[in-house]
Each structure stands twice: as C-alpha cells, then as structure tokens.
Design a protein around this ligand. Structure first.
Ligand SMILES: [Zn+2]
Length: 161
C-alpha cells in the first residue's frame, strides 16, 4: 500500500517563494532572468512552464498563464487550454527523462492553501516514484543546488516536444 504524500497544505517550502522579489512567473514570461538563473522550460503563446526552485521532487515544475492573474476564473479559454497542453508536454518530457511512476497535478489557491505566489495562478506538476520519500526526502529546509536545477532544466528542455 502506497502512502499518499501529496499534502500541499503541509508544504512549508512553498512559502519560501514569498521571499522572492516580485513575481517569478512574470519575470520568466518577460525573459527578465539571466540564462544562468532562469528555470524556464517552455514559453507558449499564453502560458509558460518553469521548474520549481523549491522542488517537492526532482523535476517538480509549474505551469502558469503568462498574464498575471490570481484566480482560475480569470483564465481565458486559450490560457486554460494551453496550461493543459503544457502540462501534458511536461509529463511527456519528464516521463522520457526521468521515468517517474506517476504524477501529482495540483493548484494551491490562496495563501492558506499553500500558495507561495497567490496572485499568479500556477499548476504544480510533481513527478512521483514508488517509495520516493527515499528518493528525495520531503523536508521544509531542503536545499537543492542551483547546478542541479539547471541540469534538470537543460535535460527537460532537450526532451520537450
Ligand atoms: Zn505574475
């Protein structure tokens, strides 16, 4: 029996995103970050996919509309569709790169629900492995080296279709 681990309301690490200056989704969408720090995986017409700087598991990424909007109700049909399509492409790239056993997809809406950046909606795509508490411990203070994130970024970019 696999114990469910997806408990976004317990993921304290997400709150670290509050420490960021400004909105990382807008910064990535506008191409404001240097290549050495950008975690952008794919920029579409209406949505982007970026790696999560504070990953729950290796390859944890987020898909967001390019527009800075804070609720699902504000998404246009084109944005909602592209977020769906990018999520599918993300799972495909993750599947071929890391071969996870499954995925959790989830929206944390509002600060009390665990959203670090509550005013720019984003969908978490979290690859999962059988027994992945051993693969990467879920810790509030988990430190992932920038090199590791950039390597993951480059591998996923190469696999992205
Ligand atoms: Zn934004």
């Amino acid at each position: 029996m696999t114990r469910p681990l997806w408990a976004p309301w317990r993921l304290e690490y997400i709150k670290q995103a509050d420490d960021l200056e400004g909105c990382v989704f807008c910064a990535e969408a506008l191409g404001e970050l240097l290549e050495a720090e950008s975690l952008l995986l794919c920029r579409g017409e209406a949505a982007i996919a970026i790696l999560n700087k504070y990953p729950y598991s290796s390859g944890h990424l987020m898909v967001a509309p390019i527009r800075h909007v804070g609720s699902l109700a504000e998404l246009t049909d084109a944005e909602a569709l592209e977020i769906h399509r990018l999520s599918v492409a993300a799972m495909d790239a993750l599947g071929r790169t890391y071969g996870p056993g499954g995925f959790n997809l989830g929206w944390n809406l509002g600060h009390v629900a665990g959203a670090g950046i509550a005013d720019h909606v984003h969908l978490h795509v979290v690859p999962r492995w059988s027994g992945d508490t051993n693969f990467m411990p879920v810790l509030a203070d988990v430190k992932v080296l920038p090199e590791h994130l950039l390597e993951t970024r480059d591998r996923l970019r190469a696999a992205w279709e």
